[in-house]
Ligand binder design. Structure first.
Ligand code: ADP
Ligand code: MG
Length: 446
């Protein structure tokens, strides 16, 4: 039998209190009896196997806390569209890690529950949305198809969809390379002609949306197309997408585009089409308030018969500052560290360094590494000028701080915007897209 005792260190003592039992002959006897004794043993401990928390991009949280208002708003959107009422679609904006992707996925589940067809894309800089949109609508219509009484209507639509997707391909589609990149949608019907295949995305999207909406009308449902990281859609495509949504909102078809993106997304959309403000209802999501953050922590724990002391909740709110990603990250480590329920403020103290170093690598570091040396200098200057709350700083003051001419810094600034590390919601101002990023940079050695 191998006796393993965790090596010393400030945080190992607490772990030993729980983990040590696995190391002795006597407790391995209990471990073998565990299936029978499960309830007796486990009800007293905080079992790492049952750790409910889920830090990670797009990870579904064990409890979606503090988003009731947005969920209700979306319910209304779905209901109004279903009744053919004029309705603006919804766009969620916020910093990284506030839960946009997770909320978008929750919206999608709501649409699926209503038996709508749904599809989702994640926009990327420099990538046209033509093919991703084609795949997403293909999926949405496939969900509706079994309920459709006229298979030839579905086939007709799929022909248009195929033509739409292929219209974006290089005309030199005869070369082997181009053929290899041909869209392989698994659509057996031949591509239609004369609809959604002009090559002009605005015209083609409009026609495609109108046709998709009419298939949905046939089965008495709707279609929802979800677009994550919407700020990354290339400028021409954004303008085409807005135009298609505009057209659709006028003829009342039951198809909506629901987006999520960084805080400057409304500015991106209105720069592209001035009427976009009337097209979308923007919902900015942010840190969770104290009550919601407590719910995010307590509800999943209590389902496992574990709770937190009030001091522990205070300490966690202080550390995570209500940001959902941080809430999950701290809670995950604290759970593993805590020997017993209730989890205490001391457990949080023990867990904090590990949680912080995980965030430094996984949340902050992975993003920082994407930046070039010049871009890093730019962000460091921003951090030096910034405050605790990461309020936007002026580009002129960044130039001052670096002792450079503002124009010479445009490439660094534009590069950072493109990489999604900073954003500019207002002319002449820049801010970090990642909460606490300034604080993180200030804590790093130069
Ligand atoms: N309402 C919420 N309550 C609790 N945790 C949440 C909530 N929303 C998101 N999270 C958690 O926050 C993290 C980031 O969520 P994500 O949707 O990826 O954020 P974003 O898309 O805004 O960057 C995930 O670990 C997720 O589980
Ligand atoms: Mg996201």
């Amino acid at each position: 039998m191998v006796a393993t005792v965790a090596a010393g260190g400030p945080d190992s003592a607490a772990r030993c209190r729980r983990r040590q039992p696995y190391a002795t002959r006597r407790t391995s006897f209990y471990a073998n009896l565990r299936p029978q004794l499960y309830r007796l043993i486990e009800s007293e401990t905080v079992d790492p196997v049952r750790n409910p928390y889920a830090p990670g991009a797009g990870q579904r949280p064990p409890e979606l806390a503090g988003r009731d208002r947005e969920l209700q708003q979306f319910e209304v959107v779905l209901e109004r569209v279903a009744r053919g009422r004029p309705e603006r679609s919804m766009i969620i904006t916020g910093l990284r890690g506030v839960g946009k992707t997770v909320l978008l996925n929750a919206f999608r589940s709501m649409a699926i529950q209503r038996l709508w067809g749904t599809g989702k894309i994640e926009a990327r800089p420099d990538q046209s949305i033509r093919r991703p949109v084609a795949s997403a609508l293909h999926m949405a219509v496939r969900e509706l198809a079994p309920r459709h009484r006229a298979p030839d209507r579905i086939e007709g639509f799929l022909g248009v969809l195929k033509a739409f997707a292929q219209a974006g391909e290089e005309p030199a589609g005869r070369t082997a390379k181009a053929r290899a990149h041909r869209w392989q949608p698994g659509i057996d019907v031949p591509a239609a002609r004369g609809r959604a295949d002009s090559g002009d995305l605005e015209i083609d999207l409009t026609e495609l949306f109108v046709d998709a909406a009419s298939v949905a009308t046939d089965v008495g449902a709707g279609i929802a197309l979800f677009v994550d990281e919407m700020q990354d859609i290339p400028a021409d495509d954004v303008s085409a997408l807005c135009a298609a949504c505009h057209e659709l909102s006028q003829n009342g078809g039951p198809l909506i585009v629901v987006g999520a993106g960084l805080p400057h997304l409304p500015a991106v959309l209105s720069a592209s089409k001035s009427y976009s403000e009337r097209l979308f209802r923007y919902a900015r999501i942010d840190r969770l308030d104290r009550d919601s953050a407590d719910v995010a922590l307590l509800a999943p724990a209590e389902r496992e018969d574990v709770t937190f002391t009030k001091d522990a909740l205070d300490a966690l709110y202080g550390a995570a500052d209500g940001y959902p990603y941080f809430v999950q990250a701290y809670a995950k480590v604290v759970w593993d560290v805590a020997p017993d329920t209730p989890i205490t403020a001391d457990d949080i103290k023990v867990a904090a360094p590990e949680a912080e170093s995980e965030l430094a690598v996984g949340f902050f570091g992975s993003r920082y590494e994407r930046a070039t040396p010049a871009e890093r200098d730019y962000m460091r200057a921003m951090a030096m000028l910034g405050d605790e709350g990461d309020t936007p700083v002026s580009t002129a003051s960044v130039a001052d701080e670096l002792g450079r001419k503002p124009s010479s810094l445009s490439p660094a600034r534009d590069g950072l915007i493109k990489k999604g590390l900073i954003f500019s919601a207002e002319r002449g101002l820049v801010a970090f897209t990642v909460p606490h990023f300034g604080k993180f940079l200030r804590s790093q050695p130069a």
